[in-house]
Design a protein around this ligand. Structure first.
Ligand code: CP
Length: 319
């Protein structure tokens, strides 16, 4: 097996057995994950498509909420590291017979699962498991709280294209109020020295969000010319309990990225979107598929970020 040059844990750099969010991670910890992911990407390009860092380990993918990218990507990442995997989806499970969330997770743990990837519509659900189980827990998106591996893959993609994060201006546009991706991006990007602007209708910006060290804007047209990166966040209709803007048409008119706005942006602007995208709402098809879009790079990089997280958490458990 190829030897990694990023520090192997246990070490002073990484001793976490869970990854519940990017809040509180140090610049050194964030860079270690990014550097480890870059190494896995290089190894893959060199033909090392199957590594044995997780040989003998069983990873559980527990998805209590829908997913395409995150679930597939974690499953593939675990297999690329030679782990066995167990997939759980809420529909069709014994949750429908009244079994509790914690009992469900404990039963899956009892089958020998030592790392669990958990997505849940309730903020804090993975933290609850981290308190009650022995397995290492990775948050794959909890309610409106955090989606740490999405934040990491966004940051990795920006760094890959720009060389560094420090000094960049990154706009997060859209439904900041309900977006766990926004929070993970804010924690990770500000820790690594980027300036973050959150932009959207006033109804979709949480009160006092400036306390997280971000600038607030309600005009995409004002900020487009002065940003290096524009990350277009999905309108989280499934989490909205009331009408936050008059119509999708008006939202797209004021906050959607379109060809005219790309023309007014910096020539080298990067367009990101975590997906799933609503074509014609957060961005038009010409922007999603245009030459400034790195949306599919984000998906590709997600695999290597998840390999990095799984391997680091596994190494931390060995001490
Ligand atoms: N970006 C993201 O989390 O996508 P999925 O919901 O498809 O996993």
């Amino acid at each position: 097996m190829p030897t990694l040059t990023t520090p192997s844990t246990p070490s002073a750099v990484w001793n976490r057995q869970h990854l519940l969010g990017l809040q509180g991670l140090s610049p050194v910890e964030l860079r270690l994950i990014l550097d480890r992911a870059a190494e896995f990407k290089q190894l893959h390009a060199a033909g090392h498509t199957k590594l044995d860092h997780l040989k003998g380990v069983t990873v559980g993918n527990l998805f209590f909420e829908a997913s395409t990218r995150t679930k597939t990507s974690f499953g593939l990442a675990a297999k690329r590291l030679s782990a066995d995997t167990v997939d759980f989806t809420a529909s069709g499970s014994s949750l429908t017979k009244g079994e509790t969330f914690i009992d469900t997770a404990r039963n899956i743990e009892a089958m020998g699962v030592t790392q669990m990837v958990v997505r849940h519509s309730t903020s804090g659900a993975p933290h609850h498991l981290a308190k009650h189980l022995r397995a290492g827990i990775i948050n794959a998106g909890d309610g409106t709280h955090e989606h740490p591996t999405q934040g990491l893959l966004d940051i990795f993609t920006i760094r890959e294209h720009r060389g560094q994060i420090e000094g960049l201006t990154v706009a997060l546009v859209g439904d900041i109020l309900h977006s766990r991706v926004a929070r993970s991006n804010i924690w990770g990007l500000t820790t690594l020295g980027a300036k973050v602007i959150v932009c959207g209708p006033a109804t979709l910006i949480p009160p006092e969000i400036e306390r997280l060290g971000v600038e607030v804007s309600h005009s995409l047209d004002d900020i487009v010319p002065r940003t290096d990166v524009i990350n277009l966040l999905r309108i989280q209709a499934e989490r909205q309990r009331s009408a936050f803007f008059p119509s999708i048409y008006e939202y797209a008119h004021f906050f959607g990225m379109n060809g005219a706005r790309v023309q007014r942006a910096r020539q080298d602007v990067l367009i990101l979107a975590p997906g799933p995208i609503n074509r014609g709402v957060e961005l038009t098809p010409e922007v999603a598929d245009g030459d400034r879009s790195v949306i599919l790079d984000q998906v590709t990089n997600g695999l290597f970020i998840r390999m990095a997280c799984l391997s680091l958490l596994h190494e931390a458990r060995q001490c």
